[in-house]
Design a binder for this molecule. Structure first.
Ligand SMILES: *Cc1c(COP(=O)(O)O)cnc(C)c1O
Length: 461
């Protein structure tokens, strides 16, 4: 008998050994909870959340090997063996010469910005990231967006929306001169654009240009393995290369890096700064003791560094990335079947719903994405987050940034949820979409000075 199977499915390259029980809530409980949280999903208690897609940061499941490594943690204050294991992993897989561990990504951004930015210098980047830009500005720098225009259009199907627009970069150098540019921040799989990759071709062109002008490239490598997966899938000449090889090639084209290991590297806490410049390293090794801890632990326990070293290796497995990004694509396809407007193409770490298109009756000052995140939570207990005008914050003069993208992020933690969870999530988004015309916006009633999206409070209009 002829088989009806036209393709072979894949599945996660792991099985479950331990599970964490989830709590479910009633709609009335959820309405009470979101009111108390000022309609900000960051202020919900996680015990009131069913499926938590707030972030993929620090929410990964560790493997049995990582948990075993935990027990090997060397908690010596100075010269911990665990630090040397982490350093070895970074040398081996990423290739950077000098390593400074930090408690998480922003710790690395703080130290790097203070060392590499002189007051009044420009810091171009392929789209801003919240903590990255804050540290650049606190160090006296001026962020300039040099990502390609396609990245600001949620419907544009460009396969590498994380690319740098070389013309924008060239103009910046022409106007201000290369000496007024501290460095270029190059993020892999650009978070704020929806988890969109840059291509190796673009990176090489950026490298050629920056080399000519003596501008360092600092790699925000938080999601480098996901970027490498897209290069493998989409860029001519890379189909036969492993993710491990592609990641190394990316790192080799850059001069230094900041890393939030809470994402790609499959741990719950940790990060580092890396550089190939001995002078920058010297200063960083000195500054880290002020902000983080001694240069052989940087605010981390020995066990955290052990788990990170193992997680880095596991993140570069081709089958792991296939399952990780595959699950994100699965949710994206489901949502599109239901007609929900999402950022396309689907990115690497989550689905970004276009809240402007979802709730066209709301102006940006009525916080469409903040509103939609609250509505989804009330519907099903699924927690998502705003990436729009609230996240964008204000400039140095105190004026609101008005970002083109007004998105709700459904971020998928690595190795945590199943395909059935993704079905529940897509159905909830579809049900809210069905009654979208009845949804009213929000008004901000409390605004913190820094990174306001974390703690701002709202009321329903
Ligand atoms: C999360 C993140 C950071 C900051 O890292 P933390 O570990 O949260 O401090 C920096 N850049 C990008 C792209 C991120 O996603």
């Amino acid at each position: 008998m002829a088989t009806k199977i036209t393709r072979r499915s894949w599945a996660e390259p792991y099985k479950m050994k331990m599970v964490e029980l989830l709590k479910t809530t009633s709609r009335a409980q959820r309405i009470k909870a979101i009111r108390e949280a000022g309609f900000n999903t960051f202020l919900l208690r996680s015990e009131d959340v069913y499926i938590d897609l707030l972030t993929d940061s620090g929410t990964n499941s560790m493997s049995d090997r990582q948990w075993s490594a935990f027990m090997l943690g060397d908690e010596a204050y100075a010269g911990s063996q665990s630090y040397y294991k982490l350093e070895d992993a970074i040398h081996k897989y990423y290739g950077y010469k000098y390593v400074i561990p930090t408690h998480q990504g922003r710790g690395a951004e703080n130290i790097l910005s203070q060392i590499m930015i002189k007051k009044g210098q420009y810091v171009p980047g392929n789209m801003y990231f919240t903590t990255t830009r804050v540290h650049q500005e606190l160090a006296g720098g001026i962020f300039v967006d040099v990502i390609i225009e396609e990245a600001h259009d949620p419907n544009n199907l460009h396969p590498f929306k994380g690319n740098v627009d070389l013309q924008k970069l060239e103009n910046l150098v022409k106007i201000h001169g290369a000496e007024k540019i501290a460095y270029l921040t190059l993020a892999s799989n650009v978070n704020m654009a929806g988890g969109q990759p840059f291509s190796m071709e673009n990176l090489k062109a950026v490298r050629d240009f920056t080399k000519k002008h003596g501008i360092p490239i600092i790699h925000d490598m938080t999601r480098v393995a996901e970027n490498a997966y897209f290069i493998q899938q989409r860029e001519p000449g890379y189909q036969e290369k492993s993710i491990r090889e592609i990641v190394r090639e990316i790192c080799d084209h850059t001069d230094g890096a900041t890393m939030s290991a809470k994402k790609d590297a499959l741990v719950n806490i940790g990060g580092f700064m890396a550089t190939n410049d001995p002078q920058v390293f010297e200063e960083a090794r000195n500054l880290v003791v002020v902000y983080e801890g001694l240069h052989t632990y940087g605010g981390l326990a020995g066990r955290d560094m052990e788990a990170m070293a193992v997680g880095i290796k596991e993140s570069l497995d081709d089958r792991h990335q296939h399952a990780r990004v595959g699950q994100v694509l699965y949710l994206g396809e489901k949502m599109q079947e239901y007609g929900i407007p999402i950022v396309k193409p689907v990115g690497g770490h989550g689905i970004f719903v276009d809240a402007r298109a979802f709730l066209p009756q709301l102006s940006q000052d009525q916080f469409p994405a903040q509103t939609l995140a609250a509505e989804i939570y009330m519907d099903s207990g699924v927690r998502t987050m705003e990436r729009g005008i609230v996240s964008a914050g204000r400039n140095a003069k105190g004026e609101n940034y008005y970002p083109k993208l007004e998105l709700v992020r459904f971020t998928i933690p690595r190795r945590v949820y199943t395909q059935a969870h993704m079905d529940v999530v897509a159905e909830s988004a579809a049900l809210v979409y069905e009654r979208r015309k009845k949804i009213r916006g929000l008004r901000m009633v409390y605004e913190p000075k820094y990174l306001r999206f974390f703690q701002a409070r709202f009321e329903q209009l």
